[in-house]
Design a protein around this ligand. Structure first.
Ligand code: UTP
Length: 325
């Protein structure tokens, strides 16, 4: 079973997360959550615990509409007390079963088949240049985790914890999480999953790591756009739209209406969006947005939002120069 915590507020993605939970924001043609869920059935995972909080009702509605084939349990995290706390709430559903934990804002590529057939708990890691922004793991010579630290000021390893974890059975993790909350061990005010895993290591448990090949952050507008570019380069395609010019890669929903535009590269247009007389590149246009008479790049336009420009009128004399920044 998979546990996906999605209770966070997504402050770094405001204003979009004022009205849409972060996991439902579109990137490369579908919501972040869909990128995660669509990979699960191929791994034989058909049961999911979603830890919901902020705008959880919208997440439920989305799941009811699109993922009826999955068995989904919802657990409310009433207070955002940290990732460790969020995961601990899944215990009644997960018990001692094998669990795959994936953070709700983490799109990744990894050979999970191999991980799920392994006999040790295992943490997805990626080498990074600046480990201070991440949780990190230190390994011994045999690849066993000997220490985990959340956002270390003086990192001793460049292996960042990427937000994907596998536990061969849930009980030891849930016991450690219970211990963490009982002893009120917080880092930066929150119950951290990293701290619970450190307690597991200290109690003698074996934790190993597995490589995350692609790691696509969706936490901020810039990284959401970067993820959009990278995923479209990998998976996107071209499109033919009569009366418009499309430069691949792009994803355009069937129900979007495009009229006299130049689109792409790296544009995602969601269902019901209407674009007219516009030049758009490197942008995410969400459902039912309206874009007219404008040049856009590096932009994220929310659902039902309207962005309207206009054509310039000039009377420019000979040898003059007019610039629009
Ligand atoms: P983040 O630390 O990115 O928090 O959580 P956030 O709220 O989503 O975003 P910011 O920092 O406010 O911009 C990583 C993942 O863990 C979940 C979040 O929903 C996100 O999927 N999470 C985090 C919880 O479910 N509960 C928590 O208490 C903390």
């Amino acid at each position: 079973m998979a546990i996906i915590p999605v209770a966070g507020v997504g402050t770094r993605l405001r204003p979009h997360t004022y009205t849409t939970p972060k996991v439902l924001l579109h990137v490369a043609g579908k919501p972040i959550l869909a990128h995660i869920l669509d990979d699960l059935p191929a791994l034989g995972i058909r049961e999911v615990v979603l830890i919901v909080g902020y705008m959880g009702d919208l997440v439920r509605e989305y799941m009811d509409r699109h993922y009826r084939e999955l068995r989904v349990h919802y657990v409310e995290q009433p207070e955002r007390l940290g990732l460790g706390h969020a995961v601990s709430l899944a215990e009644p559903h997960a018990g001692d079963r094998p669990i795959l934990i994936i953070l709700g804002d983490t799109i990744f590529e990894a050979d999970l088949r191999k991980v799920l057939s392994g006999s040790d708990h295992s943490i997805g890691v990626k080498e990074v240049e600046d480990p201070r922004r991440f949780g990190i793991v230190e390994l011994d010579g045999t690849g066993k985790v000997v220490r985990l630290v959340e956002k270390p000021p003086h990192p001793t390893s460049n292996l960042a914890i990427a937000g994907v974890y596998y536990f061969t059975h849930g009980r030891p993790l849930f016991d450690a999480l219970r211990d963490l909350t009982r002893r009120d061990i917080r880092t930066r005010g929150e119950f951290q999953l990293t701290d619970a895993m450190q307690m597991l290591v200290e109690s003698g448990a074996t934790l190993r790591t597995f490589p995350i090949d692609g790691w696509y952050d969706c936490g901020k507008t810039e990284t959401l756009l970067e993820t959009n570019r990278v995923l479209l380069d990998k998976r996107g395609c071209g499109a033919e739209v009569a009366g418009s010019v499309v430069r691949a890669p792009v994803v355009i929903a069937d129900t979007a209406v495009i009229e006299s535009c130049i689109l792409g590269p790296h544009v995602s247009v969601a269902a019901g969006a209407r674009l007219r007389n516009a030049v758009v590149r490197d942008s995410i246009i969400n459902e039912n947005a309206v874009i007219e008479d404008i040049l856009l790049e590096g932009s994220v336009v929310g659902e039902q939002a309207t962005v309207r420009g206009g054509f310039k009128r000039v009377s420019v004399g000979d040898s003059s120069e007019v610039r629009y920044p």
